[in-house]
Design a protein around this ligand. Sequence first.
Ligand code: GUN
Ligand code: ZN
Length: 438
Amino acid sequence: MTTTLIRGRLLSFNRAPQAIDDSAAYSYESDGALLIGDGVIKASGPYGVVKAAAPDGVTEIDHRPHLIMPGFIDTHLHFPQMQVMASYAANLLEWLNTYTFPEECRFVESAHAERIAIHFFDEMIRHGTTTAAAYCSVHKASADAFFAESLKRNMRMVAGKVMMDRNAPQGLLDTPGMSYDETRAVIADWHGKGRNHVAITPRFAITSTPEQMEVAKSLVGEFPDLHVQTHLSENRDEITFTCELYPEAKDYTDVYARYGLLGPKSLFGHCIHLSDREADAMSETGSVAVFCPTSNLFLGSGLFPLRALTRRQKPVRVSVASDIGGGTSYSMLKTLDEAYKILQLQAERLNPFDSFYLMTRCNAEALSLVERIGTLEPGTDADLVVLNMAATPAMALRAEVVNSLADELFLLQTMGDDRAIVETYVAGRPAKSSLGTV
Ligand code: GUN
Ligand code: ZN
């Protein structure tokens, strides 16, 4: 077994911070080290202690003075939308119909899907994201391309073949039968291969007939451990149209509830305009509301009520995500920068510890994967990000007057992007510095 000792400042979270001075919420080592072997963290702690326990002649990588954290986790994005980012539209439905659906039609071609998958994983690594929950397109070929590339890079990824059988161009539609057979085939081909997880992925209620929602329900019944991902309550026109399509449902959330799609493995993108009843239903089932700040601002969808959802008597589980390509940055740093501003507009605060907790441990918990990712605990996957708060001339100048960990994190979040990512480790392998050679 080859082991590596990675030295630097270490930061990881034990639980949600209650306040900016809640230092018990995180573990910080000003001169720390991680012993890595077989793709997992073998030991974590002060450099002197970990070094003493390491085998003689262990390879050492010294990242001082940089900060080492668990790799970032992105809980909602669309792999076939890399060439949709930055498309000029007034709102969600116009953006979907004008740009997104036509673009996703191209993923019927394996060669196209394979080429974009390479770019997708390159961007994840460049931005320090080591796990994502991704939507592929409706075509099985897109899921095959995604998971093959993920397997090649040994990344822990959650993804699904999208199910959609109406209200989109012909080239982007399956049928209830096809979506059942192909989702089962994707599960058989990829679930549990390497670090791949398959998610049951009905796009949203507008693009699925009741017959297809029945199929999603059957799949959840057959594969209760799999993730489910879909969209909920992003845009007012979307909500109105959904309620017209499913008149028997009490509200948008109830559409999914009627098909058994709520639950602790279910991720609902957006959830901006939920009623109290809907939030109660989310809370009671342990469903996750996924906050996508750059997308919500870009598409003018609204301000995600993060604090209102988590502070309520029946709290709703939350996570954060880029929502590429409605989102405008691959960077979880930029994503949390925009999240901060969304809370400012609601007279709420998001302190820097909250932000870094959200993009690591909180997102791991939202995916029910905290036993494997999102912390620096021994025994978990060695997926890491190394951060430099002085990555650009402007950041370096600002860093001169930083004198606390909170200031450093806030600088990274507010001014940082992929340039602040010194290295991304995937299962112990330095992946950013070897981009282009995989
Ligand atoms: N709702 C249904 N599909 C999508 C999508 O691709 N992006 C966003 N932001 N919302 C959606
Ligand atoms: Zn989305």
